[in-house]
Design a protein around this ligand. Structure first.
Ligand code: F6R
Ligand code: MG
Ligand code: MG
Length: 383
């Protein structure tokens, strides 16, 4: 049976500030998706939050980019945003960049990760959702899961994984995509994805055509869509596991290292990615640190059997301690790079408005200033 998994998310209002989703919004989303399930549009759903992002996980048989499914998500976000306005939640409706739905939520604000595949006799599905970071935050762990034998033992041991995987990498500035093959083109892959603000892993495919797609990551970058700062993009990711694909534990292993990602306070700072259980899916210290949750399901004819809250485990305590040590260290840099993002990334924040104020106060120095002084073009000495 061919199943489509769609994970569509949006920030339609925070409580308080940008901390988390209000329970009333989760309730509205559950009501809407329950109706759609009863009407037979979707097979199953699970509603949850990643910090201040409302997450709609849905299964159905309509394929990816289906307008009915996208419309269901859009209308659900619109309803939740209405409630957010009533409660005067923070930034109510912030990710709904368009007035009306036009066939597909891509490019309209919400983030989307979808995949369609033939459900295997047993189909483990791992869902990740991060807050206060960008889609490229998944580059490092996804590379480690599907290409690094020091992370994924199956790449060496399992003959079905020995050939490696295909990486589809998107240039989010140019809106282009490239397919590269691992391990043959591993260094080319790294040459791109080491710049996570621009090159983002979008899909992973198994080289076994019977398995097909293995992972899908949301790559929407709101700032590039809106042309101004509208928060970070808080990405989501779907990964199929086991039996010719990385084991659940190989997938989770990649998150045992709290790597530095872009986002955090004002979408302007690097910080460690903190794996947390759902109960801690709320951004507090310095609006963060950037957090990620992971939910495990078994699919049963499209039904979502689960979730298991996978980071709710002492096995990740050490990672969390390490992450907080890194958070503490990097925070002491205050407004300095590399805690603050590079100038190129800061263009999409409110910093350029501050710099604009200073633009007439710069004075020339050096030979240019001397020439201008001699020519009487300057009223005061500039050197
Ligand atoms: C990060 C984020 C927050 C806000 C910050 C300031 O993605 O959304 O860190 O940038 O709380 O928000 P405003 O400018 O709305 O007061
Ligand atoms: Mg927010
Ligand atoms: Mg968010």
């Amino acid at each position: 049976m061919k199943i489509t998994v769609s994970l569509i998310k949006a920030d339609v209002g925070g409580w308080p500030g940008h901390v988390k989703v209000h329970p009333k919004l989760l309730e509205i989303a559950r009501e809407e998706l329950e109706k759609a399930k009863k009407e037979g549009l979707i097979i199953d759903y699970f509603v949850f939050n990643a910090g201040d992002d409302l997450q709609l996980l849905m299964t159905h048989t309509h394929g990816v980019d289906n307008s009915k499914i996208h419309e269901l998500a859009w209308n659900t976000f619109v309803k939740a945003a209405e409630e957010a306005r009533k409660l005067k939640l923070y930034g109510a409706g912030q990710d709904l960049l368009s007035e009306a739905f036009s066939g597909n939520v891509r490019g309209m604000g919400p983030g989307v990760a979808e995949m369609e595949f033939e459900e295997r006799p047993s189909e483990p599905l791992i869902v990740f959702a991060a807050d206060k970071t960008e889609p490229g935050a998944f580059n490092l762990p996804i590379f480690r899961i599907f290409a690094d034998p020091f992370n994924t033992a199956g790449l060496v041991i399992d003959p079905r994984m020995h050939k490696g995987f295909k990486f589809h990498i998107m240039d989010v500035y140019e809106g282009k995509i490239i397919e590269l093959s691992s391990p043959e083109e591993m260094y080319d892959i790294l040459a791109l994805i080491g710049q996570p603000g621009r090159f983002v892993i979008k899909y992973i495919y198994s080289k076994d055509p019977e398995i097909g797609i293995a992972a899908s990551i949301s790559t929407e970058r709101l700032n590039l869509i809106a042309g101004k700062y509208v928060g970070k993009d808080d990405p989501v990711c779907l990964i199929r596991a086991q039996h010719g694909l990385p084991a659940v534990g190989e997938i989770l292993e990649a998150f045992a290292f709290p790597h530095l990602v872009a986002g955090w306070m004002r979408g302007s700072h690097h910080g460690p990615l903190l794996p947390v259980p759902l109960k801690y899916s709320q951004c507090t210290r310095f609006d963060g640190p950037p957090r990620i949750i992971s939910l495990g399901f078994q699919l049963s004819n499209g039904k979502l059997v689960g979730p298991v809250d996978l980071f709710d485990d002492p096995a990740f305590d050490y990672t969390r301690m390490k992450a907080m040590e890194i958070a503490d260290y990097i925070r002491r840099h205050g407004p300095f790079e590399p805690h603050r993002l590079s100038a190129e990334e800061m263009e999409y924040t409110t910093l350029p408005k501050v710099l604009e104020k200073l633009k007439d106060r710069w004075r020339k120095v050096g030979p240019e200033a001397k020439k201008a002084w001699a020519a009487g073009e300057l009223t005061e000495s500039h050197e």
